[in-house]
Write a protein that binds this ligand. Structure first.
Ligand SMILES: [Ca+2]
Ligand SMILES: [Ca+2]
Ligand SMILES: [Ca+2]
Length: 257
């Protein structure tokens, strides 16, 4: 057998290292980039039986599951805690423990009519609103009475509180006369109940003369309940009524158009 020189051993060694290296690269799917090794992470799929054998996260909570009327906190065995809260659009995020692997879930819901989300809890509140408006003109007494029907659509009692009423008589396009009044009604209005409040406006000679002349004209009235925003309500947009109420000569009553 021919003797292998020391130079030949070096060549064989280098060739062997190269072959093994390329083999490892192919087997592992890796690629080299300069001096750094880069590669792709491999996802490990767990079998259903493996998943089933994993420990389930346990969960405890301070309220009664999907309890929208109590601010609750869930605590997981992992140490994580989540507390019910009101999101940016006023809906409640309610956390609750369940039998899933992660141990909990949550739902988001609006608190509904007559309720508001406050600090992770749906609370009952009032909701006063303008339901109807009528204007009764009495030329003989030279008064116009604005009759405002107010309803509490909410779930708790509330007073109308401070409110404003304005009445303008449009006798020419773009011009008006009239005056506003700021009043107060402190009587408690129970949930679901309705009442009518009346605001009397004095009419001057010009108003009366305009009223009895035989052409169409308009009365503008604006009502703003709880104008001082003293009461927190489930709907703050229905406190204002402002519409053009039309009447024709000879009529003494106009209703919402
Ligand atoms: Ca809960
Ligand atoms: Ca809750
Ligand atoms: Ca309201």
């Amino acid at each position: 057998m021919a003797k292998v020189s020391s130079e030949m051993w070096i060549v064989i060694f280098v060739a062997t290292v190269a072959v093994v290296g390329v083999g490892l690269m192919m087997a592992g799917g890796m690629s080299f980039s300069g001096a750094n090794i880069s590669g792709q992470a491999t996802k490990i799929k767990l079998s259903p039986s493996t998943i089933a054998s994993l420990p389930t996260v346990t969960c405890t909570e301070t309220d009664a599951g999907k309890d929208f009327f109590t601010t609750g906190t869930i605590t997981l065995s992992t140490g994580k805690m989540y507390t019910d809260f009101c999101n940016e659009v006023g809906s409640i995020r309610e956390y609750y423990c369940d039998s899933s692997k992660k141990g909990y879930s949550y739902t988001e819901a609006t608190c509904g009519l007559g309720r508001l989300c406050q600090e992770g809890d749906c609370v009952d509140v009032p909701d006063i609103s303008v339901e109807d408006v009528a204007i009764v003109v009495n030329p003989e007494l030279m008064i116009a009475t604005v009759e405002i029907t107010v309803k509490n659509n909410g779930r708790t009692a509330a007073a109308i509180g401070t409110y404003t009423a304005d009445l303008d008589w449009y006798y020419e396009a773009g011009s008006s006369t009239g005056s506003g009044q700021t009043l107060s009604d402190t009587a408690s209005l129970s949930a679901g109940s309705t009442k009518t409040i009346s605001v009397v406006f004095g009419m001057n000679e010009r108003w009366i003369n305009e009223f009895v002349t035989p052409y169409d004209k308009e009365i503008f009235t604006q009502i703003y309940l709880d104008s001082a925003s003293a009461t927190t309500e489930s709907d703050e947009t229905n406190n204002i009524f402002g519409a053009i109420l039309s009447t024709t000569s000879g009529e003494i009553t106009s209703t919402m158009s």
